[in-house]
Design a protein around this ligand. Structure first.
Ligand code: NAD
Length: 249
């Protein structure tokens, strides 16, 4: 059991990559706090998963609220005793050409995908510093390193996550805490539900491996970075993208 006895929070844990990570890490012996918007399926999913390995608790949290994020970390400590790993995964899409993007559209994506990751990091690191240990994982994207038409706010936020992670890792290393980011390629989750069949085929063609990724393939990478197997890995950005970022064929 690679996470035996560890207590872990996953934000945006009710769906897609977050849910797969909750399931994977539970099977490795961790106790999980599945956190998501109150209106999500999180409570029912956590109840169904509780005891499939470790404990699985639901705690609602909107990452755009500092108060809710602080309460999530405090609630985890109260219920489980520590915060050993956090996967800061909550995120939204929001495709729109830059010239058509309103302030509200821009700010929403930045607030969830970049500032939300900062809020979770701040609260998690305060607790991990007090413990003298922990592993924080921030969810970026292939678009953290590459541009894409229509993804102006998303790509800005995800690039911000990659470089914020480096700074956090430098600050956290002397305090016994590791911080890394992960860069999924296109993964078959509800985030891609709006794609037409033609767009889906076009996206598949961009991945040398010849298919979209699966959520469990991201969960496996998160599991590694959260575990003590990654004890010398910090400040890194791990691409799990079927070769998308390697270049054109
Ligand atoms: N699916 C992909 O192709 C892909 C590729 C690269 C990166 N990512 C990133 O992976 C992460 C998970 O995406 P997914 O594909 O599993 O999407 P998803 O839509 O299946 O899940 C996202 C979850 O985040 C939650 N969420 C949204 N806003 C929130 C908020 N303000 N506070 C708390 N939770 C909130 C949603 O309720 C949902 O459960 C995101 O950060 C996304 O940007 C996804």
């Amino acid at each position: 059991m690679r996470l035996q006895g560890k207590n872990m929070i996953v934000t945006g844990g009710a769906s897609g990559i977050g849910l797969a990570t909750v399931e994977r890490c539970l099977r490795e012996g961790a106790n999980l706090v599945l956190s998501d918007l109150a209106a999500s399926d999180g409570a029912a999913r956590a109840q169904a998963l509780d005891g499939h390995g470790g404990r699985c608790l639901f705690m609602p949290c909107d990452v755009t609220s500092s108060g809710q994020v602080d309460a999530l970390v405090a609630g985890t400590v109260k219920q489980l005793g520590s915060v050993d790993a956090v996967f800061s995964n909550a995120g939204v899409g929001g495709l729109r050409p830059a010239h058509e993007m309103s302030d509200a559209d821009w700010l929403r994506v930045i607030d969830i995908n970049l500032s939300g990751v900062f809020r979770v990091a701040r609260a998690a690191l305060q607790q991990m510093y007090a413990q003298g240990s922990g592993s924080l994982l921030n969810c970026s994207s292939i678009l953290g390193g590459l541009g894409q038409s229509g993804a102006v706010a998303y790509s800005a936020a995800k690039a911000g996550v990659v470089n914020m992670t480096r700074t956090l890792a430098i600050e956290a290393a002397p305090r016994g805490v590791r911080v890394n980011s992960i860069g999924p390629g296109y993964i078959d989750t509800p985030l891609l539900n709006d794609l037409s069949p033609e767009m889906r085929q076009a996206l598949i063609a961009l991945h040398p491996i010849g298919r979209l990724g699966r959520s469990d393939e991201i969960a496996n990478a998160v599991l590694f970075l959260a575990s003590d197997e990654a004890s010398y890995v910090t400040g890194s950005h791990l691409l799990v993208d079927g070769g998308y970022s390697a270049g054109k064929s």
